[in-house]
Design a protein around this ligand. Sequence first.
Ligand code: HEC
Length: 235
Amino acid sequence: MHPRALLLAFSLLIPWHLATAAEHGGHADAAIKSFGYCSQCHSLHPGVNMTGPSLAGIFGRQAGTLKRFDRYSPALVNSSVIWTEASLDAWLADPTRFIAQTYMQIRGVGDAQARADLIALLRLAGPDGPTGVAAKAREMVRSDLKDEPPERLVRGISVCGDTYRVITADGLTHPFWENNLQFKTDESPNGPRPGSPVIQATGMLGDRAAVVFSRSEELTSVIKRNCLTQGETGK
Ligand code: HEC
C-alpha cells in the first residue's frame, strides 16, 4: 500500500494518539513499521503467544502474569512492574537495563517518538473481542500471509550443494547460501495458503530470507534437490 493511503486509512480508523501523530509528520506508519520488529516475537491477538507473550491487553497488566505463557523469566515475573506509559517507555528504551536478566534481549528502541507511537499502538490493542478499533489495529499490524504480491509467493525451491534457489511467482529466481535461508511454518489462521509459501526478507543486506509454509508437510513437496539451474534471472 502507498504510504499516504496507509496513513489515511490509519487516521480514519484510529482516533486520538496515532491520528495526532500522523498529523504531526506521519508517525503512524512508522509505529506499524516499528511493530514489525516486535511482531517477530509478539502478536496483538489475545492468546496467541510466540517467542514472547501476546501483547493484547498489555496496558495496565502486571508484568509476567499472562496465564497461558510458560516462558517468562523469573526476573520479569518477580519484578512487580505494572505496564503503564512510563514503565513501557523505560522497558522499550532498554529492556535489560530496566529488568536485568529478562529474556527479552533485544536492542532497545532509541527514538522517543517511536516509543511513544508504539505505546499508543499497544494501548489500542486492548483485551476486548474482535470488534472495534483495537481489532482493526491488530489486523493492520499482524498482516495475513494470504494476499502477498507475486514477488513474495514461492512457486518452487531447488537445492544443489550449498545453494537454495527460490523461484517466486513473478518468475524470478533468488539464490541463497544455505545458512542464510530459514524455513518456518505458520499454521495459524494468518498463515499462507496451502501450496503458496511466502518468502520474507530477514536481513539488512538482502542476503537472508525466510520461507513460511502453511504446514510442515510442504517442506518436502516444495523443496527439490536439483542441480540444473533453470532460468536464473533473479539476483
Ligand atoms: C526476539 C524476540 C522479541 C522481540 C523482537 C521483542 N520482544 Fe518483547 N518479549 C520477548 C520475550 C521473550 C518476553 C518475555 C521476557 C521475560 O520473560 O523476561 C517479552 C516481553 C515483553 C513485554 C512484557 C509482557 C508481559 O506479559 O509482561 C512487553 C510489554 C514487550 N515484550 C514488548 C515488546 C515490544 C513493544 C517490542 C518491539 C519494540 C518487543 N517486545 C520486541 C521477546 C521479544
